[in-house]
Ligand binder design. Structure first.
Ligand code: ZN
Length: 394
């Protein structure tokens, strides 16, 4: 006890407070639960942390007070309000509240500081979750509400390969509440160059199951559902129904058209991507007026007309960049932040480092799934088209 008191006194001495004030200052503390019960227009929060910390996140409407200015004086705060002073964990704010009281204000220190406020405010999130996600939660585009939205969101990733690996890892790391991952293939040695969800000890394991294990190791608060079988015209509609956003990380055109058509018909947003050699392309579809994948590419290419990654090659880092962009699109959709790649295709060239957007502002009137005379009304009725195998990549 003595040690603690002396340490406190030492710290306070630095703030020009004498030992005799320690007991009295303890009574000048208030906990957040008590403040929450008070009329909020009678309170003014005063943040005495660094300017950078304040700019990264503060209690709404709090004013920032530089500690140097606090000592010098020459500032004005609302005298009619109760000043609730806070620092990071509630140590320095006691001295600051004392200083303000000596200047004629009514001030109290927030017990536990900004951290205590965060814990109350983020009650739906555990202490561990707040620590885990604090770097993204200080972003105004995320914050408390955004983190809760991520926690309540469900993203399905079709394909646990070169694109699905980085997408799944970043979504799990960010705290997406539920991740579904579908893949019927097994892990082979040639996958490990780019499919970073899988490790050498998983050779021969199903990719969806291997992905689940890796994601749980990264973040066990995320629910992961593995679908260790092929996505088909007969099972896709039931599969996507339970998700808010779909990531097309498939490696063949049949599956890409199937995902597109099923998502358009079900009114599900999704992000398409494709990769080959050093290039990648990515676009997002959200139900509404923006074009779908079929609006742009119309029909599944003839078998063998376009080389696949097994024939033309792919650099793992290119898949990594594009898969990360897919995760980013999913998160932006969930957070309602920024601008999605709807109505445009981002084309990434890893050799030249050119990123260019090709705009497709309108739906195609002749699109078979979303156009005026659409004839694809049910993917299972159109099954024969998707079952044609154009390319199989191992
Ligand atoms: Zn369309």
């Amino acid at each position: 006890m003595e040690d603690i008191t002396l340490k406190k006194a030492d710290r306070m001495a630095q703030d020009e407070i004498c030992y005799a004030d320690i007991d009295r200052m303890a009574q000048d503390e208030i906990c957040y639960a008590d403040i929450d019960r008070m009329a909020q227009d009678e309170i003014c929060y005063v943040d005495i942390r660094s300017r950078i910390a304040y700019e990264h996140g503060h209690i709404p409407n709090a004013v920032h007070m530089d500690q140097e200015l606090l000592q010098k004086g020459g500032f004005s705060l609302p005298k009619e309000k109760l000043l609730v002073v806070y620092c990071s964990i509630g140590e320095k704010s006691k001295a600051a509240a004392h200083r303000l009281n000596s200047m004629g204000y009514r001030a109290v220190s927030l017990s536990g500081g900004y951290r205590a406020w965060l814990l109350e405010e983020y009650a739906e999130l555990s202490r561990e979750e707040i620590s885990r996600y604090e770097r993204q939660m200080i972003l105004p585009e995320v914050g408390t509400d955004g983190q809760k939205a991520l926690k309540h969101s469900r993203v399905l990733i079709i394909g646990a390969g070169g694109l699905g690996s980085p997408a799944a890892l970043y979504l799990a790391a960010a705290g997406v509440g539920k991740i579904g991952i579908a893949d019927a293939d097994v892990v082979s040695l040639s996958n490990l160059q780019r499919q970073i969800l899988h490790t050498a000890n998983k050779l021969g394991s199903n990719k969806a199951e291997s992905a689940k294990e890796s994601l749980k190791q990264l973040n066990d608060t995320v629910e992961v559902e593995a679908y260790p079988y092929f996505v088909t015209p007969h099972n896709i509609s039931a599969m996507i129904e339970g998700y808010d956003f779909i990531i097309d990380a498939a490696d063949n055109f049949e599956t890409k058209f199937l995902i597109n058509d099923a998502c358009v018909l079900a009114g599900k947003p999704f992000c398409h991507a494709g990769i080959l050699k050093f290039e990648g392309q990515i676009m997002t579809y959200v139900p509404g007026d923006n074009p779908c994948y079929r609006c742009i590419f119309e029909e599944i290419p003839e078998s063998g007309s376009i080389p696949d990654c097994g024939q033309a090659g792919i650099l793992g880092a290119v898949a990594g960049v594009v898969g990360c962009l897919q995760a980013l699109e999913a998160m932006k959709y969930i957070l309602s932040a920024g601008e999605l790649l709807t109505g445009k295709m981002l084309v990434v060239n890893g050799l030249t480092m050119q990123f260019r957007k090709v705009c497709f502002p309108k739906k195609s009137k002749v699109c078979r799934v979303c156009g005026e005379k659409r004839d694809i009304l049910d993917v299972s009725a159109n099954a024969a088209e998707y079952e044609r195998k154009a390319c199989v990549i191992k």
